[in-house]
Write a protein that binds this ligand. Structure first.
Ligand code: AMP
Ligand code: ZN
Length: 506
């Protein structure tokens, strides 16, 4: 069997991957800061490392891979939203409103990444919140690690801050990004502060003002720096050493450089292989709000771009190359997926996982995948297989469909779910969706509808006819029609049910 090869940013070379423990292959990927919806660029590392995760599970077995991806929930932008909500009169303490903002962002993140077919992180194949640690739940471990770094002479406390002393590890600092401390000082926008011994020294702990969240520590009430969060969480969940550490190339310096410095100086072996995806652009330009080309994953999904199309476009560029999201690529991806989906969906029996006790893998495609995740070549290979399928007998066609099944699973492209998005929708589908929506929201909508109906009954009793009529109209506007019967009002969800309109009702 071909050996998996991965490009290690640390050694700047493609290496044969040899796990520390083949029974427990461990990977850490820097996750999102949960202050708002994920933008399209944020989806790139998720999809790249999702494919790697799938390949590792394929090679070592699903129960022998651990994948941890954190949520950064200590952040000024989260605090700002919470402060604004508090000022607008929302009930709850600032801490509760901060937690609520992170919680809602995490729910969105899961929904969006699920729609792209990304598997949830897991510990030995078991999906659990532990595999997606929140920084705020690891403050004790961060404080312990910072204390240890001070004891070992790699960090110092000054004016309520604790800083990592880069001069205490001159031999190692800068190796990942390939720069010396002096180069970095010359090139970087470093924050010069009177309490820093060296301008490159970075924050491990900083004081919090009274209006911001803070935790008590030996250095006063404060909060951790961003870099120590990942070092502490990775150590707690993956141990002294682990196999792979991933993230976007924008994190290579300073975030990953600083993670390495902290963890190595604390005496941990830390990650063996460092992997970085290149950045995503839109129509050749950096995605930015000022250029008007900034959009979230949800924006695309809401416009009707299927998650599988987004994934296909992302995987058609090698992860170490900058990738360009273009309308043309989106259209082409959709066309290709439609062809492929027809091939497999003509024969529903062959698309069902239960029919594949022994997955059949195309060795050519598998080799591409194991060559530092050459997903671009795998997609091309699948196109070749598709063409072959067109020219062979039905039996051969079935065999190819089987190959497709395994490859789409390895790439995480769900052709069945894509096919669903392509089917012409009937009015029955829409009604079903609306009803499903109600059920899926665990009765949330049903509860709200019932509350509004009760309010209307109360309004009628109080002879507030205008209010009663307005409630009926509001509900009708959201697609909920009321009929008064002898047994009281009953409601029906109509095909044009609009959950957002219902949600907007007071
Ligand atoms: P953040 O929430 O900004 O910390 O980013 C979460 C992840 O998205 C990190 O791994 C970043 O490197 C990655 N990322 C952010 N912007 C882009 C982009 N334009 N292209 C690719 N990856 C990105
Ligand atoms: Zn990180």
């Amino acid at each position: 069997m071909t050996t998996l090869k991965l490009y290690n940013t640390k050694t700047r070379s493609k290496e044969d991957f040899a796990p520390i423990d083949a029974n427990d292959v461990r990977m850490y990927v820097c996750g999102p800061t949960v202050y708002d919806r994920a933008h399209l660029g944020n989806a790139r590392p998720v999809l790249v490392f999702d494919v790697l995760y799938r390949v590792l599970r394929h090679v070592y077995g699903a129960d022998h891979v651990t994948y941890v991806r954190n949520f950064t929930d200590v952040d000024d932008r989260i605090n700002e939203t919470a402060q604004k909500r508090k000022a607008a009169g929302e009930p709850g303490t600032l801490e509760e409103l901060i937690r609520a903002r992170s919680d809602e962002t995490i729910v969105w993140y899961h929904a969006d990444m699920d729609a792209l077919g990304a598997l949830r992180p897991s510990i030995n194949g078991e999906v659990s919140p532990k595999a997606e640690p929140r920084a705020t739940e690891y403050i004790d471990q961060m404080i312990a690690m910072i204390s240890d770094l001070i004891d070992k002479g790699h960090a110092y406390a000054a004016e309520g801050h604790v800083l990592f002393a880069v001069d205490s590890w001159k031999e190692g600092y800068g190796k990942l990004s390939g720069r010396s401390v002096d180069d970095m000082i010359a090139g970087a926008r470093v924050e010069v502060a009177p309490y820093k011994r060296n301008p490159m020294d970075f924050v491990l702990w900083k004081p919090s003002t009274d209006d911001l969240p803070g935790w008590s520590s030996p250095w006063g009430r404060g909060r951790p720096g961003w870099h120590i969060e990942c070092s502490a969480m990775a150590h707690d969940l993956l141990g002294e050493t682990f196999d792979i550490h991933g993230g976007g190339i924008d994190l290579q310096f300073p975030h990953h450089e600083n993670e390495i410095a902290q963890s190595t100086c604390a005496g941990h072996g830390f990650a063996k292989v460092w992997m970085h995806n290149e950045m995503l652009q839109v129509e050749g330009k950096k995605m930015s709000k000022s250029l008007g080309n900034f959009f979230t994953v949800r924006d695309l999904l809401d416009q009707g771009v299927p998650g599988e199309v987004i994934r296909f476009v992302m995987l058609s560029t090698h992860y170490r190359k900058p990738m360009d999201w273009t309308e043309k690529k989106r259209e082409e991806a959709e066309k290709t997926l439609r062809k492929w989906a027809m091939l497999v969906n003509d024969r529903p029996a062959v698309t069902r996982a239960s029919n594949f006790p022994e997955p059949v893998v195309d060795s050519v495609a598998e080799d591409y995948l194991k060559d530092d995740l050459n997903t671009h070549a795998v997609l091309q290979r699948m196109n070749e297989l598709y063409k072959e399928a067109q020219s062979v007998t039905n039996a051969g066609n079935l065999a190819l469909a089987k190959l497709f099944h395994t490859l789409t699973e390895l790439l995480g492209i769900d052709l069945e779910s894509f096919w669903e998005t392509q089917r012409p929708r009937t009015i029955d589908d829409v009604v079903l969706d609306a009803k499903l929506n109600v059920v899926l929201n665990e009765g949330l909508y049903a509860k709200k509808i019932q509350r509004l109906i009760d309010e209307r009954i109360a309004a009628k009793r109080a002879k507030q006819w205008e209010l009663a009529d307005r409630i009926r109209e509001d509900l009708a506007n959201a697609g909920v029609s009321l009929t008064d019967t002898a047994d009281g009002p009953v409601y029906e969800i109509s095909p044009d049910f609009d959950a957002s309109k219902l949600e907007a009702l007071k």
